[in-house]
Design a protein around this ligand. Structure first.
Ligand SMILES: CC(C)(COP(=O)(O)OP(=O)(O)OC[C@H]1O[C@@H](n2cnc3c(N)ncnc32)[C@H](O)[C@@H]1OP(=O)(O)O)[C@@H](O)C(=O)NCCC(=O)NCCS
Length: 212
């Protein structure tokens, strides 16, 4: 069997989740690059160590396994540093996820256990689909979009770059979520959401800026 290798950026809870999914889907996880070691993960070293030894790792794949909360920018900061180095980014897809063969996937994507990505959906690079989230047909999720566990986006929704749709929210079909917007956990989104805006509640209403 052909075993592919992947190094993770990050050593927190999300990195452990990604490690499980990767191992179950035939990746060999070399370990993680992070400032500090973490329980249960092989710590390869810091960013500076990777910079020094990069040639040695270039044949394998990389994946940003940092989850983060709304408004946190660590995922983005890591990518700004490492995207220009022409690394090869792995899509890690848990074997219990359903991804339609008619969906279009960029690179560096994570799709968790029991998540669904239906026909015609387009996922940009480094999109993160957490456990049990549902991306209905023909949605377009731009780069870095984060769907929390059990978030649901109806058919034809467009989510702008780096928007964050938290735990269990629900977005009506064909709506648009602006870049960097945050949809709070449990919100029911019935109208478009402006960029950089945080919305909460049922129905979801703006509560302020999503940028901290
Ligand atoms: C959007 C979110 C980040 C807002 O968090 P926050 O800005 O830190 O807000 P706070 O927790 O300080 O709460 C501010 C107020 O809003 C309320 N509130 C927070 N989130 C709310 C929500 N989703 N819906 C309704 N009210 C909410 C709080 O009860 C609080 O009210 P109070 O001032 O009357 O006590 C948070 O709602 C959220 O969605 N967190 C989940 C993130 C997630 O998906 N994690 C999954 C990781 S795997």
């Amino acid at each position: 069997m052909n075993v592919r290798t992947v190094c993770l950026f990050g050593a927190g809870g999300h990195a452990r989740v990604v490690t499980d999914a990767a191992r179950l889907s035939n990746w060999r996880v070399e370990g993680c690059w992070a400032p500090d070691a973490a329980e249960g993960l092989l710590h390869l070293g810091s960013d500076a160590d990777l910079e020094r030894t990069l040639d040695r790792w270039m044949e394998g794949h990389f994946h940003v396994a940092v989850g983060g909360l709304p408004g946190e920018t660590l995922r983005r900061t890591i990518l700004e540093r490492w995207e220009p180095k022409a690394l090869t980014w792995a899509n890690i897809i848990h074997p219990t996820a359903w991804v339609s063969p008619r969906a279009h996937l960029g690179w560096g994507i994570y799709i968790g256990a029991n998540a669904v990505v239906n026909a015609g959906a387009r996922l940009g690079n480094h999109v993160l689909i957490n456990t049990g989230a549902i991306v209905e047909h023909d949605c377009k999720l731009d780069e870095g979009v984060n769907l929390g566990p059990r978030a649901v986006v109806g058919g034809g929704v467009h989510a702008g770059p780096w928007s964050y749709l938290a735990l269990g929210c629900c977005v009506r079909n064909h709506l648009s979520i602006g870049a960097n917007a945050v949809v709070g956990m449990g919100a029911v989104v019935a109208r478009d959401v402006e960029e950089n805006t945080m919305v909460m509640g049922v129905p979801a209403k703006p509560v302020g800026s999503a940028v901290r």
